[in-house]
Design a protein around this ligand. Structure first.
Ligand code: PGA
Length: 273
């Protein structure tokens, strides 16, 4: 029954990630119109044979385009997801979208707690925790975004700040849902126009801290949670980042908004995986 809570569409089932492969994905944020979304998805599907089987690659379009993009990218071996999700499965929550609804249109994952949502839309560590639990319970893989503002790095408190964000994000998460968790370390000061990426070694250090925090709480299974880096990743800089031992993937904005950019970075990730 279309739209029935708990339905897993055949498209969604096709996008199961392969354990151990490196991750490469983009969020389009609030860019592209429908025609551009379709053009991108068709072109990227054509390029997928050069990276899709060697990576867990994904695209997170705006909500209205998820269905059209999933129909084109999921059969090519990429996952498609959303940029936000509500914590409830349904209800009187005007303007919100739930995990089962996203599953219905072919999404298999969702980004939660992106720095832009935290800075502009009132997202807090506690709403991130609720969304994370809701996403996973609703059948989506949750990509939880954490990262410190510049002031925290300046005072040397960045590790405790980011580890605290992650600890709260997983505070409602039972161990059996852990296999659906992904983390993205995205320092606020490294994201977007006019920023520069974290030095690969700096990012690597933080990834180690995040992994240790997950291992503390969940044991070996916590250590296996993929931790992606995001923030001004470029085609030229991608290799140095993905080669870091604690970095399991890249979460890319601007540099992957063209098909050439996405494919170029995905091939680098595939080579280094
Ligand atoms: P950027 O965005 O690559 O354009 O800096 C990264 C992000 O927001 O995830």
């Amino acid at each position: 029954m279309p739209g029935h809570e708990g339905t897993v569409s055949p498209l969604a089932r096709m996008a199961s990630p392969s354990p151990g492969l490196p991750w490469m994905g983009t969020s389009w944020k609030m860019t592209k119109r429908l025609s551009e979304a379709i053009e991108y998805a068709e072109a990227l599907a054509g390029r997928a044979p050069s990276f899709a089987s060697l990576t867990n690659s994904f695209v997170l379009p705006p909500f209205p385009f998820i269905d059209a993009v999933a129909r084109r990218l999921v059969p090519a071996g990429l996952a498609v997801g959303a940029q936000n999700v509500h914590w409830s499965a349904q209800g009187a929550f005007t303007g919100e979208v739930s995990a089962p609804m996203l599953v219905d249109v072919g999404a298999t994952m969702v980004a939660i707690g992106h720095a832009e949502r935290r800075a502009m839309f009132g997202e807090t560590d506690h709403t991130v925790a609720a969304r994370t639990a809701g996403a996973l319970a609703g059948g989506l893989r949750a990509l939880v975004c954490v990262g410190e503002p510049a002031a925290e790095r300046a005072t040397g408190t960045h590790c405790e700040f980011v580890v605290r964000q992650l600890k709260i994000a997983v505070s409602q998460l039972p161990a059996e849902l852990l296999p659906g968790l992904l983390v993205a370390y995205e320092p606020v000061w490294a994201i977007g126009e006019g920023s520069t990426a974290a030095a690969p070694a700096e990012a690597n250090e933080m990834h180690g801290e995040l992994r240790a925090a997950l291992a503390d709480r969940y044991g070996e299974a916590g250590r296996r949670v993929p931790v992606l880096y995001g923030g001004s990743v470029t085609v030229d800089g991608a290799r140095d980042v993905i080669e870091q031992p604690e970095i399991d993937g890249l979460f890319v904005g601007r540099a992957a908004w063209t098909v050439d950019g996405f494919a170029a970075i995905a091939v680098i990730v595939a080579e280094c995986g």
